[in-house]
Ligand binder design. Sequence first.
Ligand code: MTE
Length: 318
Amino acid sequence: MIIKTCKTIPGSEITDPAVFKQRRQLIKAMLALGITGSGIYSSFADATEVNWQNVPKGYQPKEPLSATSADIVKNHTNYYEFTYNKTDATSLAQALPIDPWSVEITGEVEKPGVYHLEDLISQNTLQEYIYRFRCVEAWSMVVPWIGFPLASLLKKVQPLSTAQFVQFTTLNDVKNMPNLSDKHVLEWPYVEGLRLDEAMHPLTILATGMYGEVLPKQNGAPLRLVVPWKYGFKSIKAIVKIELVKKAPLTSWSKSAPHDYGFYANVNPDVPHPRWSQSTERVLGAGFFTPRRKTELFNGYADEVASLYSNMNLREYF
Ligand code: MTE
């Protein structure tokens, strides 16, 4: 368990030391990548020039993907704790305090503990992962995330041999998340889960940034999951707890509508949602007359992940 105490940091007198240290380490990590952006980084003179040559690339797609405009990705979001529409989380989520932030890692694991975000970031190598992102509502985008493989964190905390699944939980902030009083759509907090081998897969990342900047609050800051071969609802935002468990977790969407949303939620054009087809998708940002894109099995990542499901009937385990 590693909650590190804060050392005195010169210049931090005007800020809470914990907040100062977290920001400093995040900035250091981002600068090491040659990443700059607006907001917190703009006060650093040497951070004004973006040098993408220095950004280590994570997964390399077979064909280069061109990212969806950042404006679209930041302003078309699903964040049910705040709103059921796609636009209002951009402003509503700004009230969420995310600094300092820590994640509890618990359950069937050798090294449980409460880990500060700054430690998670400094002890893992941030890279850029340009992934397709396919929502179960049949729209899609391409996002250049910045993060690190979930596997590298899990290896450090050492899952026990009894651990079969990983359960993730979002912050439950009744004061700042207006919909937490509404239990009609989902039970809160938002919970998601993966099988342990899915969680350990190198494509599964924890994201802390996107588009060369720190992750916007409406997109799940400060820490969210990204699983590119699964429908977007698996990619849980604002994670505060990661629990290694023996049995498949009861996830928010499968609990609220078990016939609509399965635990696996692998992108699959041949398994329709009960109320709509999944065979094509609307590409966000594409022109009005651009035809819909044909949805690919496992969202185009079949070469990498199909072996995880080789003995499974994907209609049954949807
Ligand atoms: N995580 C939390 N905590 N709350 C949510 O409402 N929505 C999910 C997922 N993660 C959601 C969440 C859904 S339905 C999708 S499609 C993606 O986040 C959307 O991510 P984006 O808003 O960054 O595009």
